[in-house]
Write a protein that binds this ligand. Sequence first.
Ligand code: FPP
Length: 253
Amino acid sequence: MTRQQIKAELENRLDMSNIPAHIGIIMDGNGRWAKRRGLSRIKGHQEGAKRVKTVVRYADDLGVKHISLYAFSVENWARPSFEVSALMKLIKAYIVRERQELHAEGVKFKLVGRLNELAPEIVKEADISTELMKNNSGLSLNLCINYGGRAEIVDAVREIVRSGIAPEKIDEETISRHLYWPEIPDVDLLVRTSGEMRTSNFHLWRSAYSELYFTEVLWPDFDDVELLRAILAYQGRERRFGMTSEQLTEQEI
Ligand code: FPP
C-alpha cells in the first residue's frame, strides 16, 4: 500500500464525532533520529521542527481544538549550551516564520512556561503572534517552552496566594484558573514519541485523566499518518473518569 492509501484507510476508520479536543505531544527522539543517520543532534532538532507544521496543520484539519507541544522543558537547560541555543533559535525562527500562515488558518497562539527566564526577543516575537491571533477561533497552539508541570502548579499557587484568596475558597477549579493558559481544557490524549514511557513533568495538572499513547516512532518521523494512529488508539479506549462501564452506558457521556 502507498502512504496515501494507508492514510485514506486510517481516515476511513476515524470517528469524526470523537476527536480529542486537546492533544499534548512530548516530541522526543530528535537526537536518536540524527545519530542513526550519522548527523548532529542539531540536525535532528531541525528535522523535528519541520514536523511541527505537518502535525499542527493536520490536527487542525481533523477538528482538534487545542494542541500543546513540549518544545523545551525546565530541565532542558542542563543540555550542552550549543544545543540549548540551537533549540532557542529554532523555536524563535518557527514563531516568526509560521506566524502569517497560522494566522491565515485561524489559529490562536501562546507561549507558555516560565517566560521571565527566556531571552526577551523570543517572548517579544511570541507576544506579537498572540496579539495578532487573539481573535481567531480555530485551533489553539500552546507552545510549551521552559515549561514544567510542577513549575506551572507552583506558579499557580503563588498567584493564588498573591491574590489573597482564602484557603477554604481554594478548590480544583481555582488551580485550573491560575494555570498559564486557563482557557485551555484538560488534555484528552497525551502522545510521547520515541518509545520512552514517561510523561516527564509535562502537563501534570491537565493530564489527570488523559489517555496516554506511546509510540516507538521518533519525532522527526512523526507525521499525519502517525497522528491518525494515535487518535485511532484514543478512540479505542473507554474513558471512565472513575466510573464503571455500566454507569457510562447509562449516562452516555
Ligand atoms: C527531545 O528529543 C526533543 C527536545 C528536547 C526538543 C523538541 C524540539 C523540537 C521538536 C524542535 C523545535 C520546536 C519547535 C516548536 C520549532 P531529544 O533530543 O531528547 O532526543 P533523544 O532522546 O533521541 O536524544
